[in-house]
Each structure stands twice: as structure tokens, then as C-alpha cells.
Design a protein around this ligand. Structure first.
Ligand SMILES: *[C@@H]1O[C@H](CO)[C@@H](O)[C@H](O)[C@H]1NC(C)=O
Ligand SMILES: *[C@@H]1O[C@H](CO)[C@@H](O)[C@H](O)[C@H]1NC(C)=O
Ligand SMILES: *[C@@H]1O[C@H](CO)[C@@H](O)[C@H](O)[C@H]1NC(C)=O
Ligand SMILES: *[C@@H]1O[C@H](CO)[C@@H](O)[C@H](O)[C@H]1NC(C)=O
Ligand SMILES: *[C@@H]1O[C@H](CO)[C@@H](O)[C@H](O)[C@H]1NC(C)=O
Ligand SMILES: *[C@@H]1O[C@H](CO)[C@@H](O)[C@H](O)[C@H]1NC(C)=O
Ligand SMILES: *[C@@H]1O[C@H](CO)[C@@H](O)[C@H](O)[C@H]1NC(C)=O
Ligand SMILES: *[C@@H]1O[C@H](CO)[C@@H](O)[C@H](O)[C@H]1NC(C)=O
Ligand SMILES: *[C@@H]1O[C@H](CO)[C@@H](O)[C@H](O)[C@H]1NC(C)=O
Length: 765
């Protein structure tokens, strides 16, 4: 379908980090980049800084190698030294040099650099954000919280990044970042909204020194980073639309938060050494929240996963990390990267439909879906239906359709191939009869046309077959809001249980992810007519968990502004325990990936974010960094593997634990036995006064659940109370999954602190 569809179907290219661990061949001078973790606590006193130590370690390697002449041709070289979220460095090393590094004092672990490959107007209202009440005024719209976007850079001229309304207060004093000058990017492109922009490409260039980068600066040449940044914290921009659809005021979830941008993903490639450098700098610069819309679609243990490693350090600094859960759904076990210390975000639809209306010659009106990007005239054109051609999936077939006609494409689940074949045809317009669950995720509609439901198909076909001269008219560029059964869990959103660590329920929660309108570079295609007419626009619609994660980053910024003293775990807890498992019809959220049956917590986590409730959750499940380390201890990680993640020997393994003080529960049973699992939890009262909470349990089918105690009485704010939850389950060989929930409900009804419960067979991978 050409390159453009890749830009609209963002989820299909959700930044997939290919595991191209460099093949190290035996020739000693062939070098590749390694990330090397060091134990800074044993740095010899002779070195004035970590950088000095690492440089010296790498330079001391010049004597290693088979022959003097080989060595003189090239030398090992340092790519980055890291000091915040990683203690260590990346360097271009040969295999022999790597072996020598492993013997040097202070060495902890090393692994090859990994190549990473690329995988709004409405959403604030849909999330009930309101200027007169709730979290927007309570947080002053996230004022002065700094949201870091680590992605493909930024288009600084976008009006979403203007600083109107922000210049009256100074940039927070803790900010240490900068606006890095580069190609088509000078310091005056930053302002009181975009307070920092940096770029990191040394890892990329270390392996490909002769690469001519298309844009040597933080300027975004793709659009993904610009889009994500404006979703999280874009300023108000009136009168935006997508070619007549989705019209309104564009703004982010935290419109008064500041933005800092770290470009680590280049048109030419994406290396984890550059990613680590970006996060390392973002933490040093003083960001409060990080939004990460990429991941590895592979099972990596935490100590070899740069995202897990870097975000541990961010978490220790109180930074909330919102991480896209991935677009590898809808099967169970399709989620990777389920890191205990990040917020893992699933994607849902919003209550907005883009409508094309079809009027038939017999007076029948059918409302369908269209995003054709112009007000095409389709007036009383002949309808063409031929069962033999109605698969509409090849140019040869479509060449037989009279060119002035509207062709009817019959129901196949092949909608996207049909759309592509129609784009390359000369038909006047098309009607797609389709039940494709991914219909509402693609902004592409390259020919005039309407997609209608399978229920409406028979009446249309009947008319086309029986009328002597059937005809139809179409209308485009209509937007309808309030669509029922919203949100629904999207087909593409990755599902648990997590493959890396099954004893934690992931994803954590769900946020809007499909056809989100947000800023876009005006020199990149935003839509297309036919195969080769590309249209530009300064806002575009994209879909993916990439778009859901910045919504949660924006909400985290609002919560951080309202509750500056809350930990990252407390903010995650507030978002999770107040998330809504019901849709806008008050029925359980449906799952497009499971034929519209009810979505399970394995798909949507605790439910859809509810910002105004998250402002005042009543109780929170808090966590210390040591508690996360207890899980690594339980997983039998070695001391060095743990040190790779934690960088510090102050953590210990005196209390290994499979479970965390987490706001959700997953109980795994094996085939042979009756399962009894007990979970311990501690709640902190963040409500104002003394409060009494009673437990309310929805028991998973086939289980027996005991909660002790079943009343929690808090005397004052910040008091902590503990309880235990025991789940007994009679093993079922057929692998049944069952779902329930536990909620602490305040006796005055003011707060409800809800957690999902999942009972699922043990995972055999
Ligand atoms: C930065 O670049 C813009 C656009 O090219 C230009 O108008 C402006 O004068 C430049 N500012 C500085 C300080 O060089
Ligand atoms: C990169 O650009 C330089 C100067 O424009 C040119 O000499 C060189 O051949 C280019 N390299 C590649 C790999 O395209
Ligand atoms: C087109 O659709 C028909 C009917 O579903 C199918 O048999 C055929 O293989 C498809 N052709 C292509 C090129 O996808
Ligand atoms: C477009 O259609 C022509 C024939 O009409 C065909 O030769 C060509 O391969 C098609 N191109 C694409 C991209 O499908
Ligand atoms: C989805 O559910 C509908 C209604 O229950 C049913 O008719 C249809 O066959 C199901 N489709 C699939 C793919 O399971
Ligand atoms: C950790 O090691 C112990 C002792 O070898 C073993 O019993 C336990 O099952 C291991 N735990 C995990 C999670 O692999
Ligand atoms: C391990 O850490 C805990 C909490 O920081 C501390 O109380 C305990 O004394 C430590 N134990 C050892 C053996 O160092
Ligand atoms: C449980 O039994 C089912 C079917 O008998 C089998 O497919 C599955 O692998 C078993 N699971 C475990 C954890 O042994
Ligand atoms: C499990 O599968 C067997 C054979 O397919 C069936 O007879 C039995 O009813 C199933 N049990 C449950 C609890 O679904």
C-alpha cells in the first residue's frame, strides 16, 4: 500500500525494536556498540569523574587486539557516558576489547546495542475535562510540570507549541535543560512552552559513521514525536480540523505544562544507546513525567531491556513514565515490556465517528463511515454491483467497472486491501460493506466512498440488483460525537498476561488511542487522494497505543501539579483505582478484538482513565524502589543483573517477593492442583479526614475470595492500613480465565478504590 499508509496506520509500525544484536565475528577489528554497566561505587579515587573513568577504561583497551597494525587502523571509542539512569557507558568495541572490559574493575554487565525499528480535539471532552470544575482548574492545567517526550523530535513552529498563557510565570527553577542548536533549529525555537529540545545520534553514527542524517537537530522529520507531544501538553489552538473532520479547538491533556523534547529516533535508525542517552539527560534536566511511545516486541529480561533499566532510574527520581503497551493485539500474551515501575497503557476508541451518508435512488438513507478528505461531488451516480468483482481487491477486477460508477464492494474482512485497490482504480466512488473491527483506526480514505455495516449491506445489494437503473449520492466531512459503546478496547492493543513477568497484571489502564487529532509537520503527508496526490495539514489523525501513552503522560502532569508530593506509584495508583470499567452506555467496556464481547482486565487493565476521579482517589497503593527490587530478587536475578538495573548496592535481597503493593491482582493456577493465592496490600489514606472503607468484591467464577479485614478505619490523613486477599480456585484443565474485582468503598460513598482481579492459567511459553 505504499509508504503513506504506514504513516497513517501508525499502530502497524509501533516502534518495534528489532533484536538485531550485532553478530560479532571473529575478526578483532570489526567493532560494534556495546552498552556497558559499571559499579560506580568502586570507581578508583584517581578519577575526577565517572566520565574520566569510563574514557580511561576504553582508552586502556588500545593495547588489546591481534596485531599492532590492525589496532592502529582504528581504536575503540566511547560513544556516550551515562550517569543518571545508567552507571556506565556505550562504546564501539571489538569482541576482544569487550572481553577486556569485562575483566576491568567495576564491570557489572554488557550487551550489544539494539537497533530499534519504528513500530485531539475531542479527547479532553471525552475525558470530561472541564475548565470550571475538576482536575483542570485544580491543577491549573498542569502549570509548570515538565513533560519529557522521548521520540522523533518536534516541529517547533506548530501552534500547539506556542507559549501563549505561559510567559507570565518563569520556567521552573529546577529546569537544567537547553535548546540545542542544530540543522533548521536555533535557540529561538524554544519558548515558555517548549523549554528544551535535544538530540542524540552518536549511537547511530558509531556504527554507520558515513551516514548522512536527513536532519541533524531535534526537528521532527517523521511526525510521531510532534503528534505525541501535542497530545500530552499542546497549547490551545482554535479551529483545527482534519480536512473538514474533527473540527474544534486542539489542545493537550495538560495544556499549561511545559514540554522538553529528546530526539532519539531518526529516519535512519533508532539505537538503544541513543535512547539511554536521551533518558539519562532528561532525568538530569529535571523532567517530571516521561512519555514513551515505543518498545521492544520481544521478551527481554529487565536487566537487558534498556527501557526497563532507564525507567527504573526515572522512577527513583519521582518521574512518572507512561509507556505504550504495544500494538501486537488482540491475542492473550501479546504484551511485551511489562515493566513494574512504568504505567503500561492500552488503547481504546473515542465517542467520535466520521460519517459518510449514502442516499439511494429509492429514498433509503444509510449512514456509514468515511474520511475522504474533500467535499467530493457524488450526485446520482450509477451503482455497480457484480458479485464476481465485488471482492474489489485487484486492479484487474476494478478495471472492468465503468469509470463513472459507484462500485459496491462486498463483505470480506479484506477492507484495507480493498481500499488500496480502489485507490489505484478509476472508479468514481466505492461502497464497502464491512465488519472489519479496525475500520475506525485508519485515517486513510483515498477515494470518495462510504464504509457501511453488514446489517445495511443486504438492502443496498437488493436495490442495486433489482432496480433497472440504480443510483446513489454521497455526502462527506461529517463528524458525530456521542457514539455509543465508547470507549471500546481496540483490536490492536496488546493483551496480557505479560510474558516477561506473569505475576503482574499488565496493561495497567486504557486511554484514548484511535484517530486522535494532534499536531503534525506541515511538510509530511496527512492524507492522500488516489495513489499519488498527497495532502498536507498541520494536524492529523493517528491511531495506536503510541497515542494513548501521551494522554496518560498529560494526566500524570495534571496529578503532579495537584499533588507535587506524590510518588510515581501513587500517581499510577490514583489513575488505576479510579479508572472506569464501564462505557458511555454504562455497560462493561467491549473488546473489538474479541468480537465485541466484554473486555477483560488482561486487555484494558483497570479500565478507562477518569481524570477528575483520579484527582481525589481517597486511598493509594504506594511503593518504594526497594519493593520493586524485591521482585527482581524473587526472580533469582544475580547481584550483577540487579545492579545493572539499580546502579546501587544500597538495595538488598533480604526480602524477595513475587508480588508488589500493586493496585491489581493476577492469580495464576496450574493444571494439577487447587490454587490458593494470598496477596498482601497496604493502603495510604490521601483523603482529608478520618474515613471508614468497606470491601466490595466481585468474585471471579469458580473462585472463593476472602478479604481480611473487610473494613478499614483510617484515623487521619496519610495513615496506612493493610489487608490480605485470598483467592482459592479449583483447577480447570480447560484453561478458563475468570475476572472479578475488589473495591474499597467509603461508607459515605465519596470514594471507591477499585482493583481488577484476574484468575488465569499459568503461562507456558
Ligand atoms: C532562528 O531561525 C528563524 C527561522 O529560520 C529566524 O527567523 C530567526 O531569526 C533565527 N533566530 C536566531 C537567534 O538565529
Ligand atoms: C554525504 O554527504 C557528503 C557531502 O554532501 C557526500 O560527499 C557523501 O558522499 C555523502 N555520503 C553518503 C553515504 O551519501
Ligand atoms: C480477492 O478476494 C477473493 C475472494 O475473497 C480471494 O479469493 C482472492 O484471493 C483475493 N485476491 C487477492 C489478490 O487478494
Ligand atoms: C495499479 O493498477 C495497475 C493496472 O491498472 C497495475 O499495473 C499496478 O500494479 C497497480 N499498482 C498498485 C500499486 O497496485
Ligand atoms: C461475532 O458475534 C456475532 C453475534 O454474536 C456472530 O454472529 C458472529 O459470527 C461472530 N463473529 C466472529 C468472527 O466470531
Ligand atoms: C529461584 O531459585 C530457587 C532455588 O533454586 C527456586 O526454587 C525457585 O523456583 C526460583 N524462582 C524462580 C522465580 O525462578
Ligand atoms: C536491606 O534493606 C532493608 C531496607 O532498606 C534494611 O532494613 C535491611 O537492614 C537491609 N538488610 C541487609 C542485610 O542489608
Ligand atoms: C494445562 O493443560 C492444558 C490442556 O490439558 C495444556 O494445554 C496446558 O499446556 C497445561 N498448562 C500447564 C501450565 O501445564
Ligand atoms: C472441559 O473440556 C471437556 C472436553 O472438551 C468438556 O467435556 C468439559 O465440560 C469442559 N469443562 C469445563 C469446565 O468447561
Amino acid at each position: 500500500m505504499g509508504s503513506f499508509i504506514e504513516h497513517t496506520l501508525l499502530y502497524s509500525i509501533f516502534i518495534t525494536w528489532l533484536l538485531l544484536i550485532h553478530q560479532i565475528r571473529s575478526t578483532a577489528v570489526e567493532r560494534s556498540t556495546y552498552i556497558v554497566h559499571m559499579d560506580k561505587s568502586v570507581m578508583p579515587k584517581a578519577f575526577i569523574s565517572h566520565h574520566h573513568w569510563y574514557t580511561s577504561t576504553v582508552h586502556s583497551l588500545t593495547s588489546v587486539g591481534p596485531t599492532k597494525s590492525d589496532v592502529s587502523r582504528s581504536k575503540p571509542s566511547l560513544v556516550y557516558s551515562y550517569d543518571n539512569v545508567v552507571h556506565g557507558f556505550s562504546a564501539l568495541l571489538s569482541r576482544d576489547e569487550l572481553e577486556a572490559v569485562k575483566k576491568s574493575p567495576g564491570f557489572v554487565s554488557a550487551y550489544g546495542d539494539r537497533q530499534i525499528k519504528l513500530r485531539t480535539t475531542r479527547t479532553p471532552e471525552f475525558l470530561s475535562l472541564n475548565p470550571s470544575t475538576g482536575i483542570w482548574p485544580a491543577s491549573d492545567y498542569g502549570r509548570d510540570v515538565i513533560v519529557g517526550i522521548v521520540d522523533t523530535g518536534i516541529w517547533p513552529e506548530s501552534q500547539s507549541f506556542s507559549d501563549g498563557g505561559l510567559t507570565s510565570s518563569p520556567i521552573p527553577a529546577k529546569w537544567k535543560g537547553t535548546c540545542e542548536i542544530g540543522q533548521e533549529f536555533n535557540a529561538s525555537m524554544c519558548n515558555a512552552k517548549l523549554i528544551g529540545a535535544r538530540y542524540f545520534n552518536r549511537g547511530l553514527l558509531a556504527n554507520k559513521p558515513y551516514l548522512n542524517l536527513t536532519m541533524k537537530s531535534a526537528r521532527d522529520t517523521f511526525g510521531h514525536g510532534t503528534h505525541c507531544a501535542s497530545i500530552a501538553a499542546g497549547n490551545y489552538v482554535r479551529g483545527r480540523s482534519y480536512f473538514g473532520y474533527a473540527e474544534g479547538t486542539a489542545r493537550g491533556i495538560a495544556p499549561r505544562a511545559r514540554l522538553a523534547v529528546y530526539k532519539v529516533d531518526w529516519a535512519e535508525g533508532f539505537q538503544s544507546s541513543d535512547f539511554l542517552a536521551g533518558i539519562d539527560q532528561a532525568v538530569a534536566d529535571g523532567v517530571d513525567v516521561l512519555s514513551l511511545s515505543f518498545g521492544f516486541d520481544a521478551d527481554l529480561p529487565f536487566h537487558e531491556n534498556p527501557i526497563a533499566i532507564a525507567t527504573f532510574g526515572a522512577m527513583e527520581n519521582g518521574i512518572v513514565v507512561s509507556h505504550a503497551g504495544g500494538n501486537t493485539g488482540p491475542d492473550f500474551l501479546s504484551i511485551f515490556d511489562s515493566i513494574p515501575w512504568t504505567v503500561t497503557v492500552a488503547a481504546g476508541s473515542i465517542d467520535r465517528s466520521f460519517v459518510g451518508t449514502l442516499t439511494l435512488g429509492n429514498g433509503l438513507k444509510i449512514t456509514g463511515w468515511s474520511l475522504f478528505p474533500a467535499s467530493a461531488l457524488v450526485e446520482k451516480l450509477p451503482l455497480y454491483y457484480n458479485k464476481a468483482l465485488a471482492s474489489c481487491n485487484s486492479s484487474d477486477l476494478l478495471a472492468q467497472v465503468p469509470s463513472s460508477a459507484i462500485v459496491i464492494c462486498d463483505d470480506t474482512y479484506d477492507y484495507f486491501n480493498q481500499l488500496s485497490a480502489i485507490a489505484n482504480s478509476s472508479v468514481a466512488a466505492a461502497i464497502f460493506i464491512t465488519g472489519n473491527p479496525e475500520l475506525g483506526t485508519s485515517g486513510s480514505f483515498p477515494r470518495p466512498g462510504v464504509a457501511i455495516s453488514q446489517n445495511d449491506g443486504p438492502a443496498l445489494i437488493e436495490y442495486a440488483k433489482t432496480s433497472g437503473r440504480p443510483w446513489a449520492s454521497m455526502k462527506f466531512q461529517q463528524t458525530v460525537v456521542g457514539t455509543k459503546h465508547s470507549p471500546t478496547l481496540e483490536y490492536y492493543s496488546s493483551r496480557g498476561p505479560s510474558r516477561t513477568y506473569t505475576r503482574l497484571l499488565k496493561p495497567d489502564l486504557m486511554a484514548p488511542g484511535s484517530l486522535v487529532l494532534a499536531a503534525w509537520p506541515p511538510n509530511k503527508p496527512a492524507s492522500r487522494i488516489g495513489l499519488s496526490m498527497f495532502l498536507s495539514n498541520d494536524y492529523t489523525l493517528l491511531s495506536g497505543t503510541s497515542m494513548a501513552a501521551p494522554h496518560v503522560a498529560g494526566l500524570s502532569a495534571l496529578l503532579k501539579a495537584a499533588h507535587p508530593d506524590w510518588s510515581a506509584a501513587a500517581i499510577r495508583s490514583a489513575m488505576m483505582t479510579t479508572a472506569n470499567p464501564l462505557d458511555n452506555s454504562n455497560s462493561p467496556i467491549q473488546d473489538k478484538g474479541q468480537n465485541y464481547t466484554f473486555a477483560s482486565p488482561l486487555g484494558m487493565g483497570s479500565g478507562h482513565i477518569d481524570p477528575n476521579l483520579a484527582l481525589d482517589p481517597g486511598l493509594i497503593y504506594d511503593l518504594t524502589p526497594q519493593e520493586y527490587v524485591n521482585v527482581l530478587c524473587y526472580m533469582n536475578y544475580t547481584e550483577k543483573q540487579i545492579l545493572t538495573v539499580t546502579r546501587s548496592r544500597l538495595y538488598n535481597c533480604s526480602n524477595p517477593s513475587p508480588d508488589l503493593n500493586y493496585p491489581s491482582f493476577i492469580a495464576l493456577y496450574s493444571n494439577e492442583s487447587t490454587m490458593v493465592r494470598t496477596f498482601q496490600r497496604t493502603l495510604t489514606n490521601v483523603g482529608d479526614d478520618a474515613a471508614t472503607y468497606n470491601v466490595e468484591v466481585v468474585v471471579p467464577i469458580g473462585s472463593k475470595v476472602t478479604v481480611s479485614p473487610n473494613t478499614l478505619v483510617f484515623g487521619k490523613k496519610y495513615e496506612k492500613k493493610s489487608y490480605s486477599l485470598t483467592i482459592e480456585y479449583e483447577s480447570d484443565e480447560n484453561g478458563t480465565r475468570a475476572y472479578g474485582s475488589l473495591a474499597w468503598v467509603e461508607d459515605n460513598g465519596k470514594h471507591k478504590v477499585r482493583s481488577p482481579i484476574v484468575v488465569t492459567p499459568e503461562v507456558t511459553l
